[in-house]
Design a protein around this ligand. Structure first.
Ligand code: 6GU
Length: 244
């Protein structure tokens, strides 16, 4: 059981996604839980003001620290459990982080907002993550990326657990092509090799296709991937193909 605690000004966004599809099923099955906390509910003033003008001047508003601290302090969570701050300034979130986060019983996620937040909110966080090199209007989509990618690693959330083992990034490679019926569709046919039932040949072909795709789309991943001598020899042949 993994409990997510999401601090957000837009709890509806989190609730809608997390009640649907595979993550929704994981919640209903009691494998994960997703609780939301709105900083607006933790304001002490009657206007429920979560932002204010920036010191030093300038355009826009800045999220105030008090409601965020109060929201975090209201959460029933182990004192040493991670608190993630989702911002474009964070470390790039990847499969590696998802995997290590999946070992926790509780994960708290703070969603920032386009206008920026008081620097003292950063002190609440144990980790700061970005999901990519672009700017989002708020941290909610990024928090959902964490909930989804970590949540699906919890046993019982994804239907077949073997499918988690065979996917992209587990062995550091992109997943190769897959096919289902029909054999022939609009002039595109299923490769002969996956139709003939020779499991050893199919496994070799799949490995080569994964290597080929990774080599052409994400060559940076090859440096970290788990490769044996057969893989290395195949990559060398791909390099030679380009040179010739
Ligand atoms: Cl985590 N937040 C925002 N606001 N923008 C982002 C991001 C996070 N990751 C990439 N862009």
């Amino acid at each position: 059981m993994l409990n997510f605690h999401i601090i957000t000004l837009f709890p509806e966004l989190i609730a809608a996604y997390c009640s649907t599809s595979i993550i929704g099923r994981g919640v209903k099955a009691g494998k994960i839980s997703v609780h939301t906390y709105n900083p607006r509910d933790f304001c002490s003033d009657s206007y429920r003001k979560v932002d204010d003008t920036p010191y030093g001047g300038g355009p826009g508003m800045v999220l105030k620290p008090e409601p965020f601290y109060a929201a975090v302090e209201s959460i029933a969570r182990p004192a040493d459990s991670p608190i993630l701050l989702m911002t474009p300034q964070g470390k790039r979130f990847s499969y590696k982080e998802a995997n290590s986060l999946a070992r926790n019983s509780d994960i708290t996620i703070l969603c920032g907002h386009y206008e920026g937040f008081d620097e003292r909110i950063r002190s609440l966080a144990s980790h700061e993550f970005s999901i990519g090199d672009y700017v989002l209007t708020g941290g909610e989509l990024a928090a959902l990326v964490v909930i989804d990618s970590v949540g699906r690693l919890i046993p019982g959330v994804v239907g077949k657990h073997v499918s988690v083992k065979n996917e992209s990034f587990v062995d550091g490679l992109l997943e190769g092509p897959q096919y289902t019926k029909p054999v022939e569709f609009r002039g595109m046919s299923v490769p002969e090799i996956v139709r003939n039932g020779n499991h050893k040949a199919i496994a070799q072909w799949r490995r080569q296709e994964a290597l080929k795709r990774t080599f052409s789309i994400r060559p940076d991943l090859l440096a970290e991937a788990e490769l044996d001598e057969v893989d290395e020899a195949y990559i060398l042949s791909l390099k030679k193909q380009i040179e010739s």
